[in-house]
Design a binder for this molecule. Structure first.
Ligand code: F6P
Length: 342
């Protein structure tokens, strides 16, 4: 068999462990793997690279993806889906492993319905917002980086008796804010799932100060919105999947906190730092397990599926199930975080 692999959408730590695992597992079974460069763009443009045991040696610990990535959507431009199908044949592929989030896997799911059936999906995203899998790799690394940043913000906040606002990624789900915030001992965690009530936020911060605690850490998810004014959009340009680029809520929030409380406030936007660098052990192991299982699905001709972590087991689910709804935060976990607010 000749198996293709692509990585699409925003990169994240753990992609290289998947690529390595796919190559190793396929080669053990006597099959060949080729890398499709830059996500669906490589399928549209017939852009590939060879993958050998040598080329995947030593990549386990590297962040990003050796294949490159893009946010190309072949359903956006007339004729691109046909090019994907033609190039699948030209590349001599028997199967394709698509590693991505809701957009990349959404394309995979549509292609399966449109007749390119030999596709298996592997879920990735730092946002952890994919249904049908308990965790996506990349998330654990992102929350550990965010937690370390929050720890660092805490010592300077404490010295200056300031409010520190940390804006984290996560798109329209608050997973990164919630888990990094709990781990970092945040005084307030603001997530897209619950509109921000600025008066309530300021009251909590004031109460804390009146108790003699002279600094606070507020973690806000980039997708959070004010109850009154809604979402802050940094720029209204949309990507090929119709997503706006989020960001800016931290600054807006910081200004309102300072104005309403009189406490000196600073804002840090953690940004792409959360997505870079070496994967944690959890993400290396999860990526490795998913990569091996993806090849096993291919070998058993179980196409149109996505590998997923459910509990402690790797299972497979229909691709469409994985992309049908955004997985937003578990409110029971948010209630636990609230115990520590203020
Ligand atoms: O989906 C992953 C993610 O990092 C989001 O958390 C964030 O909103 C977005 O990608 C940023 O995208 P880009 O890398 O295109 O700026």
């Amino acid at each position: 068999m000749r198996i293709g692999i692509l990585t699409g959408g925003g990169d994240c730590p753990g992609l290289n462990p998947v690529i390595r695992a796919v190559v190793r597992r396929a080669m053990i079974a006597g099959h060949q793997v080729i890398g499709v460069k830059n996500g669906w763009k490589g399928m549209v443009e017939n852009d590939t690279m060879s993958l050998t045991l040598e080329s995947v040696s030593g990549i386990l610990l590297k962040g990003g993806t050796i294949l490159g990535t893009s946010r190309t959507n072949p359903y956006k431009k007339e004729g691109d889906v046909e090019k994907v199908k033609e190039n699948f044949k030209k590349m001599g592929l028997d199967a394709l492993v698509a590693v991505g989030g809701e957009d990349t896997l959404g394309v995979a799911s549509k292609l399966v319905k449109d007749g390119l059936s030999n596709i298996v999906g592997v879920p990735k995203t730092i946002d952890n917002d994919l249904s049908a899998t308990d965790y996506t790799f990349g998330f654990d690394t992102a929350i550990n980086i965010a937690m370390e940043c929050i720890d660092r913000l805490r010592t300077t906040a404490e010295s200056h008796h300031r409010i520190m606002v940390a804006e984290v990624m996560g798109r329209h789900a608050g997973w990164i804010a919630l888990e990094a915030g709990i781990a970092g001992g945040a005084d307030m965690i603001l997530i897209p799932e619950i509109p921000i009530d600025i008066e309530e936020v300021c009251d909590i911060l004031k109460n804390k100060r009146e108790r003699g605690k002279l600094f606070s850490i507020v973690v806000v998810a980039e997708g959070a919105q004010f109850k009154e004014t809604g979402m802050i959009l940094q720029e209204k340009k949309l990507d090929a999947f119709g997503h706006v680029r989020l960001g800016g809520i931290g600054e807006e929030l910081g200004q309102l906190i300072e104005k309403n409380t009189g406490y000196e406030t600073r804002v840090s936007v953690l940004g792409h730092i959360q997505r870079g660098g070496s994967p944690t052990a959890f993400d290396r192991v999860l990526g490795t397990r998913l990569g091996v299982k993806a090849v096993e699905l291919v070998l058993n001709k179980r196409f149109g599926k996505m590998v997923a972590l459910q509990g402690v087991k790797i299972v497979d689910v229909p691709l469409e199930e994985a992309v049908k709804a955004l997985k937003t935060v578990d409110m029971e976990l948010y209630d636990i975080a609230k115990v520590f607010f203020g």
